[in-house]
Write a protein that binds this ligand. Structure first.
Ligand SMILES: C[S@@+](CC[C@H](N)C(=O)[O-])C[C@H]1O[C@@H](n2cnc3c(N)ncnc32)[C@H](O)[C@@H]1O
Length: 224
């Protein structure tokens, strides 16, 4: 069951590759009007500033890198970025956006991938919410193995109370999503409260300082 949903989730993002950025830039069906868009933009700025403060230097691993909305920032501060994603379609958009030689792209399924080296920083944006409960601990094990002993993590994701949902909740950890041509997909979507997530990963050996963005769209932060 989980395996089928994870395959559907991959297919969804491949199908959505060319329209994904409309969500981030609040265009088309994600345009919620001037005031709501301004609140969203303020939250985006807050997280981007948080990432600058975190200072992701050295060798950076980006998991589920997508269309490069974060890769472009990581490529500025990191010596090198390895950007992994299951969708060649989204990585093609990423390559077109970022276009620097210090980024290496890897097409791989994160539920079936092992890092061949260790990194100073591991970053994942809007990925953890797509990791089902059954794979949660294993995912953090992957993060640990990917990091040098003094390595650090930074993440950003949907805040639990965010009302700007892009899909229809199906109950449990599943959500129904539709792409512009009408095709529908079921995916995993688990929104977290900062304290609950920090407490959940503490026994896995991660001390994260997480916050909710000012207008409540995002959860973000980092640690080691
Ligand atoms: C919500 S998007 C986030 C993209 C990017 N991190 C961002 O914040 O804009 C989720 C990404 O996860 C990728 N993805 C989905 N399933 C995956 C899997 N099993 N392994 C690796 N990447 C996967 C999708 O292709 C998509 O690019």
């Amino acid at each position: 069951m989980t395996r089928d949903i994870l395959a559907e989730q991959r297919d969804y993002y491949a199908a959505r590759a060319s329209e994904y950025d409309d969500w981030w830039f609040r265009r088309g069906r994600y345009d919620n009007g001037e005031e709501a868009n301004a609140r969203w933009a303020a939250d985006v700025r807050e997280v981007e500033e948080g990432l600058v403060e975190f200072d992701p230097r050295g060798d950076v691993l980006e998991l589920a890198a997508g269309t490069g909305l974060w890769t472009r920032h990581l490529a500025r501060s990191g010596r090198r970025v390895v950007a992994v994603d299951a969708s060649a379609e989204t990585l093609a958009v990423n390559r077109g956006r970022v276009d620097v030689g210090s980024v290496d792209y890897v097409v791989a399924d994160l539920f079936d991938w092992e890092p061949a080296e260790q990194f100073d920083v591991c970053f994942f944006g809007f990925w953890l919410s797509h990791v089902p409960q059954a794979r949660f601990d294993a995912f953090w094990g992957l993060v640990r193995r990917a990091l040098r002993p003094d390595g650090r993590v930074f993440l950003v994701d949907s805040y639990a109370g965010d009302v700007a949902h892009t899909g229809e909740p199906l109950g449990g950890e599943l959500e129904r999503r539709r792409v512009a041509d009408g095709r529908e997909f079921t995916i995993v979507k688990r929104r977290w409260e900062p304290d609950a997530l920090a407490a959940r990963v503490a026994p896995l050996g991660f001390r994260l300082e997480l916050a909710k963005s000012g207008h409540g769209h995002f959860l973000y932060g980092g640690g080691a």
